[in-house]
Design a protein around this ligand. Structure first.
Ligand SMILES: Nc1ncnc2c1ncn2[C@@H]1O[C@H](COP(=O)(O)OP(=O)(O)O)[C@@H](O)[C@H]1O
Ligand SMILES: [Mg+2]
Length: 227
């Protein structure tokens, strides 16, 4: 395995068709991400950032080109192998937290661990450790409705990390937060990234946050360019 590259896009294309309309969103872009790197991607609304994140996360398939993870082409995997990579190696955080209202923070964060095959004890311990590191130790038994927006997103980060993923894919995670909460969330993710040598790919509108990344890219006209 190539130790200097964790994820790679090769000549990645995505075209949406509806009726006679053809929309070329990604036009053959290349990207390499090193293990432990924190990459920020900016770009105007509609430029294809979420489309790219879906392809990176195996949530959708490219029209042409390929995504490689740990030197393996995602296309070459069976459906079952792809599901495993998605569930065990990738963590996702979106703009909306999608926490389950009937479960408390500890349960919400532990759930993917229980589904993913961790023992109850390990899922619970890992959930508690992550929530504690994310400064939610005194919120473990609160349901999402009793948490602030910033706290909800921190629970979503804990949930994304409970299976100890290699990559955290974050699509506008601070889109609903004020500046102070945005910066707190990203600096806490940074701490976790260093602690676990996690790779982070962050899509954001917020140029202040993008600037804190190891590397900044902009998605424009279907291609990625350095900022
Ligand atoms: N499933 C889809 N079918 C058709 N068009 C889509 C689909 N998903 C996204 N698009 C279009 O592709 C473009 C890029 O969308 P998106 O990746 O969501 O952009 P961003 O996240 O940068 O705002 C937009 O014009 C959007 O309307
Ligand atoms: Mg988007």
């Amino acid at each position: 395995m190539n130790q200097t590259v964790l994820m790679e896009c090769r000549r990645l294309r995505k075209t949406y068709r509806s009726g006679d309309e053809v929309l070329d969103v990604l036009k053959g872009l290349d990207l390499t991400v090193a293990p432990g790197e924190f990459v920020a991607i900016t770009g105007e609304s509609g430029s294809g950032k979420s489309t790219l994140m879906h392809l990176l996360g195996c949530l959708d398939e490219p029209s042409e080109g390929d995504v490689l993870f740990e030197s393996r082409s995602l296309k070459s995997l069976t459906e079952r192998e792809r599901d495993r990579v998605r569930n065990e190696r990738f963590g996702f955080v979106f703009q909306f937290h999608h926490l389950l209202a009937e479960f408390n923070a500890l349960e919400n964060a532990a759930l993917p661990g229980l589904i993913g095959g961790l023992s109850r004890k390990d899922a619970w311990e890992r959930s508690e450790r992550l929530l504690t590191d994310l400064r939610l130790k005194d919120r473990l038994h609160h349901r999402p409705g009793k948490l602030s927006g910033g706290e909800q997103q921190r629970v979503a980060v804990a949930r994304a990390m409970v299976n100890n993923p290699a990559v955290l894919l974050m699509d506008e995670p601070t889109g609903n937060l004020d500046a102070a909460n945005s910066h707190e969330l990203i600096s806490l993710v940074r701490e976790q990234q260093k602690k676990y040598n996690l790779t982070v790919i962050l899509v954001t509108h917020d140029t202040h946050i993008a600037k804190t990344a190891d590397r900044q890219l902009v998605l424009e006209a279907g291609m990625l360019a350095p900022v």
